[in-house]
Design a binder for this molecule. Sequence first.
Ligand code: ADP
Ligand code: MG
Ligand code: MG
Length: 251
Amino acid sequence: MLEIKNLQVKLEEEDKQIIKGLDLTVETGKVHAIMGPNGSGKSTLSYVLSGKDGYEVTGGEALLDGEDILDMEPEERAAAGLFLAFQYPVEIPGVGNMTFLRTAVNAQRKARGEEEMSSTEFLKVVRERAKTLKIDADMLKRPVNVGFSGGEKKRNEILQMAMLEPKMCILDETDSGLDVDAMKLVAEGVNALRAEGRSFLVITHYQRLLDHIKPDVVHILANGRIVKTGGPELALEVEKNGYADILAEVA
Ligand code: ADP
Ligand code: MG
Ligand code: MG
């Protein structure tokens, strides 16, 4: 599904290398978690994959189902099936949440050569999926994320994901700033989307999210590279001992 080979990324503004030869393969239908110290390049990786400006790819490739996505526009990547749930969801004043979702869904359908979703069908689906995430009708009517609490913003990201039905979902610290109940809702929303043809890359600082979203594979990202890969037990080891032992081991 996603195959990243020797990826190297620097900041456009400064001569600073952030991703330094990163290799990562996420198989179809699997959930991979990425953990790692602050500043190791986790958000940068998710931004580069989704096509955010400000980063320069200086080497390597990122293939989604065999197609290099790094030369694509962000909307082309989305049409190809990539979705990023932001660490810091953006507020969009003046744009109703429902309008935003419907526009995004139909733009993506159009890009894929599919028919638009009718308004009746859309309403039915959005209400159903919002309910799972405990997003009420009022939140659907308000401008995107404006005045939403931290938990509401993150749940809204998962609603976007549920509506767009991506193949490859990247969640960047979707658990940060959430209380236990909000985190469980987010995890339930993600688990409801787990499917054979869909993969997840879950970036997180904390094992507790992985108690609810059970990963198949756990990676440690440090200093711009994947330095260790293992099973769910690797996340437990980090929770218990921090990163120091692992970093010393790979140094
Ligand atoms: P993580 O998500 O793992 O905490 P980031 O990807 O956010 O790490 O950041 C990796 C490194 O790159 C950090 O040292 C950070 O300060 C730096 N960095 C990322 N984006 C920028 C930027 N736009 N300007 C300056 N430094 C940046
Ligand atoms: Mg980050
Ligand atoms: Mg660009």
